[in-house]
Design a protein around this ligand. Structure first.
Ligand code: ADP
Ligand code: MG
Ligand code: MG
Length: 913
C-alpha cells in the first residue's frame, strides 16, 4: 500500500517536492522547506490518493479505512514536536487544515484556521498567552470559517453579528455611526479594537447561529472538528468554482487535492506578530527585487481575501523592512535560499509570531507573461537556469498578453482614478457590477469591465468574460489580482477612490487634481464606458485609443534562443501586403496561406467578379476575368515584395460563388446595365447558384473543374507578378495551392491548367525569365487524407487545412457548433474545443496517415498546417510529433507558435512520442 499520510517537522519530512503528485503543491513545498531546515510549523499531509478514494463511491463519499489511524499517528508527532496537545485545555495545539492540489488553484478550495478550539481550550489559550482578546478572536474566526466550509452555513448572519458588535464598539467610543457603511465602519473599528468580553459574547452568538441554522450544536470535540475539516477540504475539490477553474487551466478532475494539517502560528498575537505574502521577484514586471505585502496583527486570510488593504514589504514608511527589520532580514535570506533551491521565482506565505518568522507556503509564483519572459532571461544570465530551461519556462499561449496593445500615450485622456496596477494591459469596455451581467453582455459581443468591491471565487465566470477588472478593495495579492494575472487580463485592484454601490449599479469616483484637491465627483452607471490601464493602475473615462506592443528587449532574446532549437518553421496566414509585413515583423518565415477570395471584395473588383460569375458563356467570363487580372497581379506583387526571399503559398479561389453575388435590387440593376443582360436573367442565374449545403457544395477546385478560366486567371496573375518582382532582383518563391481536392485526378487537371499558363507567361513575347514555383494541395477532407499517397504523385506539398478537416472529419459545422460544443467540453465528452486544439485521436490521426502516405510516394514532400491550430501550443506539439515541416497561423500568433514549436522540439527530444 502506498503511504497515505506524510509527516513534516523539525528539519525532517517524509515527503519532498518530487512527490508533488501525492502531496499536492502545498504539501510538497512544506516538506521541501522543512527538509531545507527552514522554520516551518510541523504538520502532516494526507495524499491526493486519499481524496480520489474519498470520491470513489460518488453516492457515499468517505475516507478509506485506516487513514484515521495514520492521521492520529502523525498528529502525535506534531504534538511531540510542538510540545502542545490537541484538545488539551491547558496547552491546546491548534491546527490549520489546508487544501493543496498538484497544480496551484489559488483561493479555489478551502482552508480552515485555528481548528481545535472549544470553550475549555479557548480559556486555556487565553491563560497561556495572557491575551484573552487574541484567544476569543481566534475562536470566533474558527467558528465562522468552520461553519462556512465544513457545515455549509451561510456567512451572512456571522458578518451581521460582527458588524453589530462594531457599531456598539464605535458608539461606546463616541463615534457617530448613523450614516456609515460597513467599509468605513471596519476602518473605524478594526478587529484589534474589539474587546475580549465582546468577542467572548460573539462566540456565544455564533454558536447560536450554528444551532439555529443546522439544528445541531457546534462540534466541541477537536477530533470531530478535524474529521469534518478534512472531509470539507476534499469536498472543496468538487465545488463549482474549482471545476470552472480546472476547465480553464486544463487540470484533470482525476488529480484530487491533498489535505495539509499544520500547527498554527499566530500573526494576530500582539504587536510583534504579522502575516504576509512575498514574491522573490516582482510578479508583474519581473524585476529582481523582493516584492510583497504584509499586515501587522493579522491572520493570513486577511491578506489573501483583501479584507484589509495590506502594506508593501519594502519601499514605504509602513514597510516590513522598517517596522520589523529582523524578520525582514530573515525573510530576504530565506527568499534567496528558496530561489536558489527551486531555481525559479517563488511565491511565499509567511507569518511572524512574537517576532519569529515562519514559512507557511512556497510555490513557483504566478506571473504576467512580461515578468515570465524577463525572469526566464535574467535567470539564464545569472546562470541559474539554461537557455533551454528558459525557453520552457514561458507559457507560449500567455505571450498573447505581451502582443496586446497598450494605451496610446499621446491620446487625450480623462483621468478618473488610480488604484493598484494589479495586472498589465489596456482594456476598454462597458462597466458592469456582477459576474452574471458580465457574462451575459460578453456573450452578446459587448466588451465589459467587471467592477467589484472585491472579487471572490464565485466571480470567476464574470472575470473570464470581462476584458478587464476593477476592484475598490484588496491588494496586489488579492483574489482579483492573482486570478487576473493568471488570465492575462488587465486589472486594477484596491481603487479606494471608487465607491461601489451594487444595489444601484453605480460607481462614484472622487476625482482629485494634481494638487490632491478633490476636483469633482463622477458617477458612472452600468453600461458606461471606461478604459483601464492595468500597467499603471489608472482608470480613464470613455474610450482611449491603443497602440500595438513592442517586441524588443528580453522578449527578443528569448525568441532568438527559441529559434535556435526549433526544427519546424513558422509561417503566417496573410492575405494582404500589410498582413505580410506584420507577420514578418513577428518573425514569420513565409506565408503558409494567402487566401485570394478576400481580394475580390473591393468595390471595383466585386462587380467584375459578379460579371464573371453570372456570365453564361466562356467568352463573357473571360472578358470579366480580364478585368480582374490587373488587380490580382498588383496584390501579388505587393505580397511578394514584402515576403522577399521567403515562400508564399497562395490558395486559389475556395469559397462557393454565391458568396460574391449581389443581394439588393440596385446592385442587380447596375450589373444588368454593365453586362447588357436583363435583370430577370440575372435573377434566374442567381437562383441557379443557390446551394443547400454550400460548405460541401460547388467550391474549391470543383469551381475550376467547371470553370477552369477562373484558376487560369489567378495562376496567370501569380506568375506574372512573380516574374515582374524577380526581374527587379527580388527573390520570390510562389507555391500554388489547390483547395478541397479529393482525387489525384482533380489535381492532374489543375496541373494542366497551371502548366499551360506557365508556358504562356514564361515564353511570352516580352521574354520573361521563368520563375520556379511549386504546386500542391490542401488536405482538408478525410478522403484526401486517406488517398494522400495518390495525391502526392501530383502534389509537391500538402498543407493541412485543419479547420475544414476538423469540420468534415467530425461532422461539426464551425458556424453552428457554438450551440452545443461548450456543453461537450464542459461535461468532458470532448477534452477541448477541437477547433481550438486539434483532436489528436481523430482529426490528428488523419493528419498522421496523410503524412505517412504522402511521404511514401514523395519522400521530400513539404508538409505544413494552415488552420488556426498552428497558433495553439498543444496542437503545435502534435504537429512536431508527426513531423510537419512548418506551422502557419495568424500574424499575431507567430511569436506564440515560434515559442511553442521550440518547446515541442525540446520536450520531444527529452521524451520522444
Ligand atoms: P490558499 O491555498 O487559499 O492560499 P492556505 O492553505 O495557504 O490557502 O491558507 C490561507 C492562509 O491561511 C494562508 O495565507 C496562511 O497565511 C494562513 N495559514 C494557513 N496555515 C496556517 C498556519 N498553520 N498557521 C498560521 N496561518 C496559517
Ligand atoms: Mg496559500
Ligand atoms: Mg478550407
Amino acid at each position: 500500500m502506498t503511504k497515505r499520510v506524510f509527516f513534516f517537522g523539525e528539519g525532517k519530512a517524509e515527503g519532498d517536492s518530487k512527490r508533488r503528485d501525492l502531496l499536492g503543491g502545498k504539501g510538497a513545498g512544506l516538506a521541501e522547506m522543512t527538509g531545507l531546515g527552514l522554520p516551518v510549523p510541523p504538520g502532516l499531509t494526507i495524499s491526493t490518493e486519499v481524496c480520489t478514494a474519498y470520491f470513489a463511491n460518488p453516492k457515499e463519499p468517505g475516507l478509506p479505512e485506516g487513514v484515521d489511524a495514520e492521521i492520529a499517528e502523525a498528529l502525535k508527532k506534531v504534538e511531540a514536536s510542538t510540545g502542545m496537545t490537541f484538545g488539551d485545555p491547558e496547552n491546546p495545539l491548534l491546527v490549520s487544515v489546508r487544501s493543496g492540489a498538484r497544480a496551484s488553484m489559488p483561493g479555489m478550495m478551502d482552508t480552515i484556521l485555528n481548528l481545535g478550539l472549544n470553550d475549555a481550550c479557548a480559556e486555556g489559550l487565553a491563560k497561556k498567552t495572557g491575551d484573552a482578546r487574541f484567544a476569543y478572536d481566534a475562536y470566533r474566526r474558527f467558528i465562522a470559517m468552520y461553519s462556512d466550509v465544513a457545515l455549509e452555513i451561510a456567512r451572512e448572519p456571522f458578518n451581521t453579528a460582527l458588524d453589530k458588535l462594531r457599531v456598539k464598539t464605535a458608539q461606546a467610543k463616541g463615534h457617530d455611526v448613523t450614516r456609515i457603511n460597513a467599509e468605513e465602519l471596519k476602518k473605524k473599528v478594526p478587529d484589534s479594537e474589539l474587546s475580549a468580553e465582546d468577542l467572548k459574547a460573539l462566540v456565544v452568538e455564533f454558536k447560536a447561529i450554528v444551532k439555529s441554522a443546522s439544528g445541531k450544536d457546534f462540534p466541541s470535540d477537536p477530533l470531530e472538528q478535524l474529521r469534518g475539516a478534512i472531509r470539507a477540504v476534499f469536498k472543496s475539490w468538487n465545488t463549482h468554482r474549482a471545476i470552472v477553474y480546472r476547465r480553464m487551466h486544463d487540470i484533470p478532475d482525476s488529480w484530487g487535492t491533498a489535505c495539509n494539517v499544520q500547527a498554527m502560528v499566530f500573526g494576530n498575537l500582539g504587536d510583534t506578530s504579522a502575516t504576509g505574502v512575498a514574491f522573490t521577484r516582482n510578479p508583474s514586471t519581473g524585476e529582481k527585487k523582493l516584492f510583497g505585502e504584509w499586515l501587522p496583527k493579522a491572520q493570513g486570510e486577511d491578506v489573501v481575501a483583501g479584507i484589509r488593504t495590506p502594506f508593501p514589504i519594502d519601499g514605504s514608511p509602513d514597510s516590513l523592512e522598517l517596522k520589523m527589520p529582523d524578520a525582514y532580514r530573515a525573510l530576504t535570506k530565506i527568499c534567496d535560499t528558496l530561489e536558489a533551491h527551486f531555481r525559479d521565482m517563488q511565491d511565499l506565505e509567511f507569518t511572524i509570531q512574537s517576532g519569529k518568522l515562519y514559512m507557511l507556503q512556497c510555490r513557483s509564483g504566478k506571473r504576467t507573461s512580461r515578468a515570465a519572459v524577463r525572469i526566464a532571461v535574467e535567470q539564464c544570465k545569472e546562470k541559474l537556469i539554461t537557455e533551454e530551461e528558459a525557453i520552457l519556462r514561458v507559457d507560449a499561449s500567455s505571450l498573447d498578453q505581451l502582443l496586446h496593445p497598450t494605451l496610446d500615450p499621446k491620446a487625450p485622456k480623462k483621468f478618473l482614478a488610480r488604484g493598484l496596477a494589479a495586472s498589465p494591459g489596456a482594456a476598454v469596455g462597458h462597466i458592469v457590477f456582477s459576474a452574471d451581467e458580465a457574462e451575459k453582455r460578453a456573450s452578446q459581443g459587448k466588451p465589459v469591465i467587471l467592477v467589484r468591491i472585491e472579487t471572490s471565487p464565485e466571480d470567476i465566470h464574470g472575470m473570464k468574460a470581462a476584458r478587464g477588472i476593477i476592484t475598490s478593495r484588496g491588494g496586489m495579492t488579492s483574489h482579483a489580482a492573482v486570478i487576473a494575472r493568471g488570465m492575462g487580463k488587465a486589472c486594477i485592484a484596491g481603487c479606494s477612490a471608487a465607491s461601489i454601490n451594487y444595489a444601484e449599479e453605480k460607481m462614484t469616483i472622487s476625482v482629485y487634481d494634481d494638487a490632491g484637491r478633490q476636483a469633482e465627483v463622477v458617477t458612472l452607471k452600468k453600461g458606461d464606458i471606461v478604459t483601464i490601464d492595468g500597467s499603471s493602475g489608472t482608470i480613464y473615462a470613455g474610450e482611449v485609443p491603443t497602440i500595438p506592443a513592442a517586441l524588443a528587449g528580453e522578449f527578443g532574446e528569448l525568441m532568438a534562443w527559441a529559434d535556435k532549437v526549433r526544427t519546424m518553421k513558422v509561417r503566417a496566414n496573410a492575405d494582404t501586403p500589410l498582413d505580410a509585413r506584420t507577420a514578418r515583423s513577428f518573425g514569420a518565415e513565409g506565408i503558409g496561406l494567402c487566401r485570394t477570395e478576400h481580394m475580390f471584395f473591393d468595390e471595383e473588383r466585386i462587380s467584375a467578379m459578379r460579371e464573371m460569375i453570372l456570365s453564361d458563356d466562356v467568352q463573357s467570363r473571360e472578358r470579366a476575368l480580364a478585368k480582374l487580372i490587373p488587380f490580382q497581379r498588383a496584390d501579388f506583387v505587393g505580397i511578394f515584395q514584402e515576403m522577399r526571399g521567403l515562400k508564399v503559398t497562395i490558395r486559389l479561389l475556395d469559397p462557393p460563388l454565391h458568396e460574391f453575388l449581389p443581394n439588393d435590387p440596385k446592385q442587380l440593376q447596375q450589373l444588368s446595365r454593365t453586362m447588357g443582360v436583363s435583370v430577370e436573367r440575372l435573377q434566374e442565374r442567381t437562383k441557379d447558384l443557390h446551394e443547400f449545403n454550400p460548405m460541401l457544395g460547388h467550391r474549391g477546385c470543383r469551381l475550376a473543374v467547371t470553370y477552369p478560366e477562373i484558376y487560369a486567371m489567378q495562376v496567370r496573375a501569380i506568375l506574372e507578378a512573380a516574374a515582374q518582382v524577380a526581374s527587379e532582383g527580388t527573390e520570390v518563391y510562389p507555391e500554388i495551392m489547390i483547395p478541397l481536392a479529393i482525387t489525384a485526378g482533380e489535381l492532374d487537371r489543375m496541373r494542366v491548367i497551371v502548366d499551360k499558363v506557365a508556358a504562356e507567361v514564361f515564353a511570352g513575347a516580352n521574354g520573361k525569365a521563368a520563375v520556379p514555383f511549386s504546386f500542391g494541395t490542401m488536405v482538408e477532407l478525410p478522403r484526401a487524407a486517406i488517398v494522400a499517397d495518390e495525391l502526392a504523385k501530383v502534389a509537391e506539398f500538402f498543407s493541412f487545412g485543419t479547420n475544414d478537416l476538423t469540420q468534415s472529419a467530425m461532422g461539426l459545422s464551425r458556424d453552428d457548433a457554438g450551440k452545443f460544443l461548450p456543453a461537450y467540453v464542459e461535461s468532458g465528452l470532448l477534452p477541448k474545443d477541437p477547433f481550438v486544439s486539434i483532436d489528436t485521436e481523430g482529426v490528428g490521426a488523419l493528419v498522421k496517415l496523410a503524412v505517412e502516405r504522402g511521404r511514401k510516394t514523395r519522400p521530400d514532400i513539404k508538409l505544413g498546417i494552415c488552420g488556426e491550430h498552428g497558433g495553439d501550443p498543444a496542437s503545435c506539439h502534435f504537429f512536431q510529433a508527426v513531423g510537419l515541416d512548418y506551422v502557419s497561423c495568424s500574424p499575431f500568433r507567430v511569436p506564440i507558435a515560434r515559442l511553442a514549436v521550440s518547446q515541442a522540439a525540446l520536450r520531444l527530444r527529452a521524451k520522444p512520442a
